[in-house]
Design a protein around this ligand. Sequence first.
Ligand code: ASP
Length: 334
Amino acid sequence: MRRILQATAAAVAGWLGTAGLAPGAVAGEAPEWAIVVHGGAGAVTPGSYTPEDEAGMRADLGLAVEAAVRILSEGGSSLDAATEAVRILEDSPHFNAGRGAVFTADGRNELDASIMVGRSGAAGAVAGVQGIRNPILAARAVMERSPHVMLAGRGAEAFARAQDLEFMPLEWFHTERRRRALEAAQQRAALGESVPARGTVGAVALDMRGELAAATSTGGMTNKRWGRIGDSPVIGAGTWADARCAVSSTGWGEYYIRAVAAYDICARVAYLGEPLDVAASHVVMERIPAMGGDGGVIALSADGAISMPFNTEGMARGYARSDGTVKVALFADE
Ligand code: ASP
């Protein structure tokens, strides 16, 4: 346990005990618990970040993993672990969720989030919300304290207020980096080029009772139109968990919605009997690109297998399991 915490805190790179596996796949040996997180797929390359940003991303991914490890190793639920990991990444200015979310075309941060529990199939989501510090807590409140699955816009904000969730001034969500990304995206859009700047966060977790949970949170895509909703709050597209398989997606949301990507991976596992990594790789490396989209997923099965395929230049990601394997990585070759 201590070793895991030290390793994640130091944002360890390099596979531990997983030599010989395909990149992105970690074999399952029925661990007691596991946590996998992502901080978005996209142009995640060594040249894309300042050394401070890169260090900040690695450190905050490590903090999210570490918080989940603490919960899971003490017998806590996968729901609590996934919620807490995403809450930490939402509060980090380094990722496109909560604070640090990308800007809409008219300079706002409109946030989407969803959460799902495997065995019960309970789910909750919020879409297009502003001012809610942690949209993942609002999604969870929809799941646990309302008869609904998804609330949007002002209705979701009113519900969050009624649940005493924390609100922040709208400027709290702003970061200079995302402001510059909006300006660059608008300049390129004026030239007819599309700029899918991203960085969604997500977590999938397995607890000692064998229960899976998945959670995803995002600001969506830079320069998105007012009212645009991506895949992240859509159950089955951005987030899915059933008794055997849990997925959180990141990528070009329109394609992930049309591919029903997260559900499709778990359906392939359930109906075709495919190993998790085969199913996840098929959807991410074949189906989505064939449609014209890009992105990645993190996936976890009830036997502890982990899959993290992406067809982009990189994907911020990390995991830890009770067997001692632990990793935080950003770039494709890590
Ligand atoms: N999937 C998110 C969306 O389209 C963006 C991302 O994952 O980076 O809203």
